[in-house]
Structure formats: C-alpha cells, structure tokens
Design a protein around this ligand. Structure first.
Ligand code: HEC
Length: 110
C-alpha cells in the first residue's frame, strides 16, 4: 500500500469511528435518525410518537436487568410490539452498537 492509500484508509477509519468517541451524553447518529422519534434523546420515550405507540422507558434499570443483550438485538432487528423492524435498514454491527447504547442509557440515568 502506498502512502496516499494508507492516508485514505486511516481517514476512513477515523470517520467511521468518530461517532463512537463523541461525548457520552450525545446519542449516536443512528439513534437520532432512527430511534429518537419514539424513544427520545434520553431513551425515556417522552415523545409524542413514544406515548402514542407505548414505547417503554429504556432507562429503567429493573427492566434492563430482566432482559439480555440478545433480546435487545433481536427486538431492534425484528421489531417488538409497535416498534418497527430495523434488520433491513441497519447493518448487524450498527444494531449491536445501538444495543450497547441502550445499555448505556441506564447507567447515565442512575
Ligand atoms: C415507531 C416508534 C419506534 C421507533 C422508531 C423505535 N422504537 Fe423501540 N420500541 C417502540 C415500542 C412501541 C416498543 C415496545 C415497548 C415495549 O417493549 O414495551 C419499543 C421497544 C424497544 C426496546 C425494548 C424491546 C424489548 O425487547 O423489550 C428496545 C431495546 C428498543 N425499542 C430500541 C430501539 C432502537 C435502538 C431503535 C432505533 C433503531 C428503536 N427502538 C426505534 C417504538 C419504537
């Protein structure tokens, strides 16, 4: 690989991972684009759509304790109750990152 190509690769790497290293109180771009409308910026689902569709408060620690990561990934991929499926809109790594983001919501809330 020549110098120029290497620079391009490291730039692409930076761009791809930049959202993950942003300030912790900011939601990822995928969250803002696909999830905020119902779950809100804080995951508490206090939005109009969230109330209408009865989305739960994802920051609830007791609820988080009762489910495992596989269930979160599955719910995002295939949908859950009134929640649409995202398996065709997002890639598997994106869905896993969002599942981790769901987990991070509870720590911030406490
Ligand atoms: C159209 C509104 C809507 C959108 C958009 C939406 N959700 Fe949901 N979500 C819901 C509803 C409704 C539920 C069901 C509430 C429940 O499980 O009690 C839910 C449930 C969940 C659950 C819990 C599922 C379970 O297994 O209990 C997770 C985690 C979740 N959403 C994450 C996300 C993520 C991440 C996104 C973005 C990719 C997203 N949601 C987008 C409405 C939405």
């Amino acid at each position: 690989m020549n110098k120029k190509a290497r620079a391009a690769v490291s730039l692409a790497f930076l761009v791809a991972f930049a959202p993950a290293v942003r300030a912790a109180d900011e939601r990822s771009e995928n969250w803002q684009m696909h999830c905020s409308v119902c779950h809100g910026e804080d995951g508490k689902a206090k939005t109009e759509q969230g109330k209408k569709k009865k989305a739960r408060d994802l920051t609830n620690a007791k609820w988080q304790d009762t489910i495992d990561d596989g269930r979160i990934v599955k719910s995002i991929t295939k949908g859950h109750d009134e929640m649409p499926a995202f398996g065709k809109k997002l890639t598997e790594p994106e869905i896993k990152a969002l599942a981790a983001e769901v987990r991070s919501l509870v720590k911030k809330a406490s």
